[in-house]
Design a protein around this ligand. Structure first.
Ligand code: CAA
Length: 291
């Protein structure tokens, strides 16, 4: 199946990154969010990130202008119904995602493929709430979307081969690499990455190391581009906690229990970079550890 028009639900960090790469690859993008502020913030972020790529000589000014021209926005979810492929990138809460799919279904063209950028929620369960489980799958980008090479493609129990092949073709056109994952809690990347981040928080909680020593240990000792606590702030501590809870509930193994200190930061509303405070305080010139 040929894909031309892509609908994206959610104009946050992931949604705007997905709109950016899709438009750059030549797809027409319709970006939806309930909030007009989120939509204008997303267009600003896309402009800024495309300019960064122009500045580094990765793309031409003309390619940037063409990409920007391919993106339109709407606050009306039903307008996405004419898309060939829809990627839902709303908040990582199952009730919100289910409500979006239920609202979308009556407006969809018969050929439309529905996907979710969920980082951990069951694709099979989300698909079961729609009229097209065979044309439903997981389409999971990594953050920052314009930079990270991987896209996880997750088949639900009913996903058909044409749907998988169509999504794989889209990933190829983005110049990214697809990894196929089975539909089990948190798939591949987060199944491995989140327990590592959670263990870093336990290492801090138990006083084995400070924020700075934990992060430099993993950067200099394991060649990670960011330390685990810095990365947790980058991803969002609420997202990290939500994924740990999905692993804990879904696999029923105590090795996935979220660290109480992670829970405490989330309860404080210290969610990382997006709220300017997490394991680091970002309100000054340079990030300062909060413990
Ligand atoms: N848009 C476009 N380009 C961007 C960008 C953005 N939002 N952010 C960074 N870049 C580009 C820069 O322009 C730069 O490009 P060049 O290499 O061509 O010069 C490159 O990325 C590196 O950027 P910087 O020099 O500014 O910064 P850096 O070297 O410190 O790298 C980083 C930043 C790429 C984010 C790097 O620190 C990194 O790879 N960190 C780990 C990220 C990671 O692990 N992501 C996965 C998170 S898990 C996930 O996403 C799954 C989930 O469901 C939670």
């Amino acid at each position: 199946m040929d894909v031309h028009k892509i609908g994206i639900v959610g104009a946050g960090q992931m949604g705007n990154g997905i709109a950016h790469v899709m438009a750059l690859a030549g797809y027409d993008v319709l970006l939806n969010d309930v909030s007009a502020d989120a939509l204008s913030g997303a267009l600003d972020a896309i402009d800024r990130n495309l300019s960064r790529q122009v500045g580094r000589g990765k793309i031409s000014e003309e390619a940037k202008d063409q990409a920007v021209a391919r993106i339109s926005t709407t606050q009306t979810l039903s307008e996405l119904g004419r898309s060939d492929l829809i990627i839902e990138a709303a908040t990582e809460r199952e009730t919100i995602k289910q409500a979006i799919f239920e609202d979308l279904v009556p407006h969809l063209a018969s050929h439309t493929i529905l996907t979710s950028n969920t980082s951990s929620i069951s694709i099979t369960r989300l698909a079961s709430r729609t009229d097209r489980p065979e044309r439903f799958m997981g389409f999971h980008f990594m953050n920052p979307v314009p930079v990270m090479q991987l896209v996880e493609l997750i088949r639900g129990i009913a996903t058909d081969e044409e749907t998988f092949a169509t999504c794989k073709t889209v990933v190829d056109r983005l110049g990214k690499t697809a990894a196929s994952a089975e539909d089990f809690p948190a798939f591949i990347v987060n199944r491995i990455l989140m327990p590592m981040i959670n263990e870093a928080v336990y290492t801090l909680y138990e006083g084995v190391g400070s924020v700075q020593s934990i992060d430099s240990s993993m950067k200099l000792g394991a060649n990670h581009p960011m330390g685990p606590l810095e990365l947790a702030d980058f991803i969002g501590l609420d997202t990290c906690l939500a994924i740990m809870n999905v692993l804990h509930d879904g696999l029923a193994d105590t090795k996935y229990r979220p660290c109480p200190l992670l829970t405490k930061y989330v309860e404080a509303g210290w969610l990382g970079r997006k709220t300017q405070r997490g394991f680091y305080d970002y309100r000054g010139e340079v990030p300062v550890p909060t413990r």
